[in-house]
Structure formats: structure tokens, C-alpha cells
Design a protein around this ligand. Structure first.
Ligand code: HEM
Length: 417
């Protein structure tokens, strides 16, 4: 295998695994904000219990997700020096903002939220969670700004063989950005909603003593998933407009615009294969199929608002079995967007084979194996921990546990409600 293919495989593996964590984080934090806000506004302890239970799962996913992000940045720096050199002046700004926002601000807010239970006033504690959520969305936005620039470079000029940013506003009004951002954020909400519904369904299937609590989170999860899948579909179809106008060669487009663009590239960059691999269209097709399948969540909605149907268990199994689907769709969507841009790393500007670092194939293979094992281990650890903590139920999560009164043991046996 050649170095380029190995580098691309490494990018695909690390980014896809990292992305799985990101969508869970984005989805769950939004739901957590809703639940904690409900607690502060109503004082109903049910919302506190829900916030603690789902907050604990959120924190596990966040911590391991940050670790996968660091591995991803390593491979980015190691393997794509041509990209850094050529477009670093443009691309660096949004990525630097993302790092500052995601790693510093978001983590600081989260740390204060975790340790602020029973120490801060309720309003201040809630404001921290809002801060976590807003910085998470800001971070996703800046990543999409950078990615959209690669899809459709704007607001730059090339001087001395290097791209320089000339118009920061153009980064923000990039036609590749708006609908794609809406699509990804809705996909995150869908993942969060489905995950919440599935974990709740599992507890209801097992006849949990916390029936009322998990019935509430089942309903929140399903309503979120139903609204989110509609947004996913809306933003998804809306994306075909910008894709068609700024990337005519994507998804097997054989339009006059695509042919004219390929003729222009052949003149500028020499003859070559300028059509993206068919894999991107396959990814697109299956993603849309999953999108329509998940639309059926609207049919489950009225059913699961009746207790006797919940007790039947069968619809709950459907919810549980459907939970991998949004994750698969997220990866397929990412493949469609990234592979569909080939053979460019920055569309029409920098060919992917000129962006890769001058590294030998054996070294690239070694780092591919190393990073894949590391990320795979982090992903498996995450899911084992999530399953274990989710399975324990909401009786007494460690997150937000009240401090022991003088003379009491620090960790009393959890009392089942
Ligand atoms: C009717 C359903 C859907 C349609 C019409 C649709 C449409 C699209 C299109 C056209 C793209 C490519 C955009 C580009 O290349 O610039 C895309 C990408 C993507 N899709 Fe979908 N999609 C659908 C369902 C889903 C579902 C169910 C998910 C996940 C839960 C999902 C997640 C993604 C992701 C993560 C991307 C790549 C990131 C991005 O767009 O910026 N999509 N989708």
C-alpha cells in the first residue's frame, strides 16, 4: 500500500471514531441543559435525578472523547504537512479558535459544573452547564467552518505558493457551511435522543423500579429524536443545493459544469482522474436510507405515550435495536462529504497527494496500526463504561451525590426508589 492511501485510511479511522464521541456529546448536553433548567425552574427532584444520571454518562463520553480528539490532532499534524504549509494561514484560524473554545473554555465550564454540585447556587451551577453547551456548539461551528473551507475555499489569495486569508467574513458565509452545520447539529440531537430513548427502554424492559423516571426520559428521547430526524432530513435535502453549485463533480455529477471544471483542472494541474470514488455516493445512499427508516420514530411516538404499550415491551425492543442506526448514518455522511471531495484536500486548490507528509509507507502503516488500536481501545472503554453506568440505573449516581453528613459513611449503599 502507498503512503497516501495509508494516510487517508488513518484520517478516516481517527476522524470517524472521534466523530462518534462528538455527536453523543452534542446531543446529550442539549438534553441535559433542558433537564437541569426544568429542575431549577420547577424544583421537582425528578429533574435533578435525571440530570445526575444522564450527566454522568455525558461526562464519561466527554472525557474519553477529548482523548480521541488529541490522537486525531496528532495524526493530522504528522501526516498532512503539505496541507499545513499550503493552507495553514487560512485553516489555522478557525482550528485555533476551536481548540481554545473546546479544550479550554468548555472543559473549564464542565470541570466547574462537575465539582460545583452542592457548592454553587443553583442558578450559577445551571449557567455553567449552559456555558458547556454553548461552547460545544461553538466548537462544532468552527470545525465546520474549517471543513467547509476545504469543501469550498473562499476568502483567500495565493501568494508565494501559499494561501493567505483575505476575507474572514467569507469563511462565515461560505455556501458549504450553513446547511451542513444544521445537518450535523441535528444529527447530534438525533443521536442524543435515540441514546436516551434506548437506555430508558432497556430499564423499562427490565421492569425497573424507577418506571416513572425512565418513562419520562424515554419520552424526552423519542420526542427529541422525532424532531431531530425531521431537521436532519430537511437540512440534508437542503444541502444538495450548495453541493450542486459549488462542487459539481460530487456524487457522480456529469453535468456541463462538472465537465467544464474537469477541463479547467486538466489544464491547470495536468491530466488525471478528477471524479470522486463511487464510495461517496454509496455512503450517501445508505445514509438517506437510514434517514428515512429513522423517520418511523414518529410512528412509535403515540404508542409510547401509553403505559400499557410500554409494558408490552415489543416497541421498546425496536427502540433499543435502532440505536446503532444514527451512528452508522453519521459515519456514512462523513464518508459521503469527505470522499466526495476527492481527489482534492481543498477542492480545486490542493490535490490530496500534494498534502501528505513525506513519510515512508512502513512508518505510516505503523502509526495507522498504533492510532487505530489506541482509538479502538478508547471507544470500547467508553461503551463499556457507558453500558455499565447506564445499567446501574439512576438510584444514586456518583455525579452530584450530596456530601455525607458528619458521622455518616462517605458512600452509603444506594437506596432503591
Ligand atoms: C433523508 C435523509 C438525509 C439526507 C437527504 C442527507 C443528505 C446529506 C448530504 C447531501 C450530505 C453531503 C453534504 C456534502 O457533501 O457537502 C450529507 C452529509 C452528512 N450527513 Fe446526511 N442526510 C440524511 C440523513 C442523515 C442522517 C440520518 C445522519 C445521521 C444521523 C446524517 C449525517 C450526516 C453527516 C454527519 C454528514 C457529513 C457532515 C456534513 O454534512 O457536513 N445524515 N447528508
Amino acid at each position: 500500500m502507498d503512503t497516501l492511501l495509508l494516510a487517508r485510511l488513518q484520517f478516516a479511522t481517527t476522524t470517524s471514531i472521534h466523530f462518534l464521541f462528538v455527536v453523543v456529546t452534542l446531543g446529550l448536553v442539549t438534553l441535559l441543559v433542558g433537564m437541569q433548567t426544568a429542575w431549577v425552574l420547577t424544583g421537582n427532584p425528578k429533574w435533578e435525578r435525571l440530570t445526575r444520571f444522564w450527566g454522568q454518562l455525558y461526562v464519561i463520553n466527554y472525557v474519553l472523547g477529548i482523548a480521541t480528539g488529541i490522537v486525531m490532532e496528532f495524526q493530522f499534524g504528522l501526516n498532512w504537512s503539505g496541507l499545513s504549509r499550503y493552507v495553514g494561514n487560512v485553516f489555522g484560524a478557525p482550528l485555533a479558535i476551536e481548540t481554545l473554545v473546546a479544550f479550554f473554555l468548555e472543559s473549564t465550564f464542565l470541570g466547574m459544573w462537575i465539582f460545583g454540585w452542592h457548592r454553587l447556587r443553583k442558578g450559577a451551577h445551571l449557567a455553567l452547564l449552559w456555558g458547556v453547551a454553548l461552547t460545544a456548539y461553538a466548537s462544532a461551528f468552527w470545525i465546520m467552518v474549517a471543513n467547509s473551507w476545504l469543501q469550498h475555499p473562499v476568502g483567500y489569495e495565493v501568494r508565494d505558493g501559499i494561501a493567505h486569508l483575505t476575507d474572514f467574513g467569507a469563511l462565515l458565509t461560505n455556501p458549504s457551511l450553513g446547511m451542513a452545520f444544521g445537518h450535523v447539529v441535528s444529527a447530534g440531537l438525533l443521536v442524543g435522543g435515540m441514546l436516551m430513548a434506548a437506555v430508558s427502554a432497556w430499564h423499562l424492559i427490565r421492569r425497573t423500579p424507577d418506571f416513572a423516571l425512565f418513562r419520562t426520559s424515554l419520552r424526552i428521547g423519542l420526542v427529541t429524536a422525532a424532531l431531530a430526524i425531521t431537521m436532519v432530513q430537511g437540512f440534508g435535502f437542503a444541502q444538495f443545493g450548495p453541493v450542486g453549485s459549488v462542487q459539481p463533480t460530487k456524487f457522480g455529477g456529469d453535468s456541463p459544469e462538472a465537465r467544464a471544471l474537469i477541463a479547467e483542472w486538466t489544464t491547470r494541474f495536468g491530466p488525471g482522474d478528477y471524479t470522486p470514488p463511487v464510495l461517496s455516493s454509496v455512503g450517501l445512499g445508505f445514509m438517506i436510507l437510514i434517514g428515512f427508516t429513522l423517520g418511523c420514530v414518529w410512528l412509535l411516538l403515540p404508542l409510547l405515550f401509553r403505559d400499557w404499550i410500554i409494558r408490552l415491551r415489543f416497541p421498546l425492543w425496536l427502540v433499543l435495536l435502532a440505536v446503532p442506526l444514527p451512528f452508522v448514518a453519521v459515519i456514512l455522511g462523513w464518508i459521503a462529504r469527505e470522499v466526495g471531495r476527492q481527489p482534492w484536500v481543498a477542492y480545486g486548490l490542493l490535490p490530496t497527494d500534494q498534502a501528505v507528509s513525506p513519510v515512508g509507507a512502513p512508518v505510516m502503516l505503523a502509526s495507522l496500526i498504533g492510532f487505530s488500536l489506541l482509538l479502538g481501545t478508547l471507544a470500547v472503554t467508553n461503551w463499556v463504561l457507558l453500558a455499565r453506568h447506564a445499567g446501574r440505573g439512576a438510584a444514586d449516581p456518583a455525579l452530584g451525590r450530596p456530601p455525607a453528613a458528619p458521622g455518616e459513611p462517605a458512600h452509603p449503599e444506594p437506596a432503591l426508589a
